[in-house]
Every structure is written in structure tokens, then in C-alpha cells.
Design a protein around this ligand. Sequence first.
Ligand SMILES: *Cc1c(COP(=O)(O)O)cnc(C)c1O
Length: 507
Amino acid sequence: MQFLLHHTVITQAIANNDHKTLKQFRDKNSAGWVLSNSLAAIHSDLSQTMKTDAAHSAVKKALKGIAVASLTGPEMLATPPSPKMDFLDALAVRTVEVFQLDGIITLKPEVFAQSKIRAIQPDALSQVLKEGLATVEKVPLLNIPATYPQIWNEVEQEMSEVVRSGYFILGPKVAELEKQVAAYCQVPYAVGVSSGTDALLLALMAADIGPGDEVITSTYTFFATAGSIVRTGAKPVFVDIDPVTFNMDLEQTKAAITPQTKAIMPVHLYGQCVDMAPLNDLAKKNKLWVIEDACQAIGSEFKKQRAGSLGDFGCFSFFPTKNLGGFGDAGMVTTRSKELYEKMKVLRVHGMEPKYYHKMVGGNFRIDALQSAVILAKLPHLEGWVNDRRTNAQNYDKLFKKFSLTERLSLPKEVFPRHVYNQYIVRVADGKRDALREYLNGQNVACEIYYPVPLHLQECFKELDHKKGDFPEAEKAAAESLALPVANEVTAEQQEYAVEKIKTFFA
Ligand SMILES: *Cc1c(COP(=O)(O)O)cnc(C)c1O
């Protein structure tokens, strides 16, 4: 739950040297916000008993880990003053409403009695939390605003810097993000791009892949994997998956190599790496490029090496539902090669080098400076979120065992640590998957099918002349897999609720 802290609560905690009260609001389950307008009130209250310097550092210390909420100008102007409430309190009510917080923590709940918001005494918090967490009403796949208390101050700071500078295309924020993502992925270079799809396209273009070439990839993946191959004029050559990891099968990859093959595009599906050691051997022997589709796998590892450092190119997406999402579309290509890095930077801006001189035809594949700012602010939290996802996955495993459901559905296996669980996929056999999904959605438990139709059966690829039965494991996975909510913000109570509903379905 998320609460606005009335300035009197903060002032009192500081004056009483009480660290406990505010500590409660640096928690995932009870995050705290403070209204920016009330900072002045806190300072002036404290300055009656403290020196200005001491008050300033005490406020800064007290507000560490608390998000500062600002209303926009129009929101403030639209807030009507009330004879029963001072204007700062009216703004607080407005803040709780527009930020959709669960209430205000205040020493005087009666002040807010006329408003529609919930006003809670600090002492009553533990009871409110207990009830709030216990009453699960729905389990969404994703709740992006749930992480705002963790990231808000930095996101706002980074975005404001970009807007105030007026520097929106490439520039320092993009360069900084590239440097930090490269370091995170254990490579020297990274190129920020407009999406994960464009990351794949740019990597293929940098590898000079085009008409007459073949690229081997999985048939069981998001469309963009193969779509980007087709857009270069090359032919995607599909292979089936390993049923345990959902990733492309090595033997079939070997068998699919022809004289036209130029590259292999392994997809680290759902956040678990492909078995990269034998795949890289195969590529080396046949002089093939390896382009990792790591769009679901930032932070994923194969033998302690990060996704994006395992092939010639690593392609990432910052689509909002990925483990590291922006506030819109964005992507990144990582590489260990300085030469490929330089080439991609030129291809990203229409092959232009120097300005208005074009040796190659590229595209507009630039990442937005604003998206870079958001992702830069979120990146320091990624490891924590990965750990939360892994904890959630382990918790599901335990719950399915506890509820004796492992005969009814099969659980995902971590074959190559570390799995980052962009999705937690169970398999439901005997044709019961769709009914289970419908039942869960009816019980307000979100779940999703990734992906209902493998790529070899998509209409746009009918010229590749595939038919049902060509890749039986992918077709089986498409019929059986179901993604359950596993994102970092999903609570243990929500997981238990979801698994109880699954138990009821099978009972
Ligand atoms: C999300 C995704 C992409 C495409 O990323 P966008 O940023 O949406 O363009 C490509 N491949 C896979 C496996 C993905 O999950």
C-alpha cells in the first residue's frame, strides 16, 4: 500500500528523534510519499526548536527512501480551497487522489473527515496493513505504479534535466545509459535504440545480412524475432524448441545450417538463457554470427556470464513489461566489438558520417533521451527486482507443492542459472489450459498466453511452406503454457490467492 505522510507526522518524528515511524514507509508493502509543497511547512515547524542547518540535514535524512510528490500547476490551480481545511491539506487530498494512494497518515484524521480519502493515525498502520494485505481482490500481471515510490525522485530528476536542457536527441543521458547498460551486461559497448525490434534489425544490418541469406531462429518466440529477419530481406529458418527450457533445440539448429546460413538468433525466452556454449561452438565452426534476442533476459546469466555478452550482438527491449521497462518504447544493442559498435552508431542515424554524408543506408533507430533518463533512474533497482522475481518464482514452486498441484501442471525449470523470470510459465496438459485461464480471469487473477501460435504457423510466413506438425514441441508449448503474475511487485498474499484459485479449479 502507498500513503501520503502529513507534514506534522514528519515534523513530529524528527523532533522526537523517532526513526521507527518513518522507517515503516520505506517498505514495499507500505511505501511513503510526502507532498513537495509541505517541505516548507516541515522546515518552518522545525526551525522553531532547531537551528536551520540542523533542521535541513534532519529533513534530508528523514526523507531518505520517501518519494516526493509534486502536483502539476493545473492540478494545484484546480484544487478548491475549503473553509474547513487549510489549503495545504486540500492539496494533500488532491495528491492522494491523483496519485491513487491508499490514504494519508496524519496525527489528526478528523481534519480529513469531510474528504473521500482515508486518514489513518500512525499507530493504526499495522492493523490497516494487515487487513489490506490479507484482502486480495485481484492479482494483476503487472502493476507499474507500484514501484513508483522506489524510483520517483530519480525519474523525475532525470526527466526534468532532459526537459530543462532542451536536448532530446542522443546526448549525455543516452551516452550515460549506454555506458551503464554495457557495464551491467559485462560488455564494453552498447548502442541505445528505439525498441527491441529495432535492436534486432540494427544488429542484422550491422552483420550485413540481407537477401539470399538465412538466419536460424526459434519458432516459439515473439514475432519481432523473425519479423526483423524478414525486414532485411533474409529468410528466417525456424527450428523447434527444447520442451523444458522453451529455447531453440541445438541438434535441429545444427541440422538447419546450409551454405546460405549467415547467423543464428537464439532467444533467451522468458528470461532463461539458451545453452550458449555448444551454440557458440557451432557458430564458430560454421563462421556464423550469433545475435542474441535478449529482449526478455536482461540480467539473465549463462555460467555467470550475462545475456548480451554471449554472442556477437545482444539485443534488449525496454518495453514497459520487460524487467527493465521505460515509459514507452526503447531498446539497446550490446557488443564486445569496437568495430560493430562504431558501425551500429552510424547505421542508427541513417548511415550518416559525417553529417549529411552517407556511406550506408541505415535508419532512424535512435533511443529517446527521455526514455534513457527513465531507464537510467530505474537501472540501480534492477538487481533488486530480479531477486524479487526469483523469490516469487520460488514461492510459486513451494505453493504448488503445498497445494499438491504438481501433478496437474508442470512448473518452469531453471536449467541454466540465472533465470530472471520475465515470465513464470506453467504448463497445463490435457487441453485444460484455456478453461483454467478463463476461470482465473473470472476470479480476477490475470494470466496470459505467450504465445498462442508459433511463428511457422503465422499467416504472414505462409510462403515458408510450413504446416501443423512441423515443430511439435513448439505447438505443444503454445497449447499448454500459461504465464502467471511474477513481477517484482506481486505480493506473497497475491500468489497464495492465485494458487488457491488454481486449486479450486482442479478440485
Ligand atoms: C519484447 C520482445 C521483442 C521486441 O521488443 P520491442 O521493444 O517491443 O520492440 C523482441 N523479442 C522478444 C523475444 C521480445 O520479448
